[in-house]
Design a protein around this ligand. Structure first.
Ligand code: HEC
Ligand code: HEC
Length: 177
């Protein structure tokens, strides 16, 4: 509701001059707004996933990886990168289902489509190895990652202040010291 009235305000502020221009610009504006919205990844909604998988690192939105990647991750829990994960079968099934059914293929977000396109069928285990994600960060100086406040590129919320909401807009990035 708030968003809507803001739209109307900004439309009337910029386009009152001509009725024709008004209607064209309004259509344009709406389109731009939808596009912006649809870039964002749906935030995490599953509490089991949040609890079991958020103990050591950020709870990545399922839309950041394809279903095949999540499946591989969930099938390799005893060798989860450097860790040995033990998750009770019931919880494991809940998490696997949640990740599979909300994976990049099922997220309508523009970013999820870009991730899938850049992976081109590969099932990487790491979000940080997705070509699209690497490309977006290639200009960052390496020394940023050795800062204690960052640690690695996998620590999305260190720099993306709205990572928790699934919003990775570049104007909401703040690199910590
Ligand atoms: C005991 C700690 C721990 C728990 C619990 C844990 N992880 Fe991890 N996870 C790690 C470590 C360590 C890494 C590798 C980090 C690195 O190398 O930067 C990692 C990396 C990842 C990555 C790749 C990040 C990247 O580099 O793009 C994903 C995806 C991931 N974990 C998903 C999960 C899921 C899903 C669960 C729950 C089933 C989970 N993790 C639970 C420790 C954990
Ligand atoms: C060290 C800080 C840092 C970390 C950690 C980081 N990012 Fe970024 N990210 C940036 C910066 C800076 C940009 C903006 C690059 C630019 O201006 O084009 C960016 C851009 C992006 C973009 C593109 C935004 C756009 O609108 O074009 C995405 C998507 C993104 N990051 C996702 C992630 C994800 C997912 C993670 C965690 C796996 C992550 N980032 C970790 C700093 C970081």
């Amino acid at each position: 509701m708030r968003q809507k009235s803001k739209n109307i305000l900004s439309i009337s502020a910029c386009c009152l001059s001509s009725l024709l221009f008004f209607s064209v610009a309004a259509a344009d504006h709406d389109h731009g707004h939808d596009k912006h919205e649809s870039k964002n990844l749906p935030p995490v909604t599953n509490e089991t996933y949040r609890q079991e998988c958020g103990a050591c690192h950020f709870v990545y939105q399922p839309g950041l990886l394809p279903a095949g990647s999540w499946e591989k991750i969930m099938n390799q829990l005893p060798a989860h990168f450097a860790e040995e994960l033990e998750i009770e079968q019931g919880a494991k099934n809940v998490i696997a289902d949640y990740l599979r059914s909300n994976a990049a293929e099922h997220a309508s977000a523009e970013r999820a489509a870009k991730i899938l396109k850049s992976l081109n069928g590969q099932k990487t285990l790491r979000i940080t190895e997705i070509p699209y994600i690497r490309k977006k960060h290639r200009e960052l100086q390496q020394d940023i990652f050795s800062r204690q406040s960052v640690g690695s590129l996998a620590n999305c919320p260190a720099c993306h202040t709205s990572a928790e909401q699934g919003v990775y807009e570049d104007d909401l990035v703040k690199i910590p010291q």
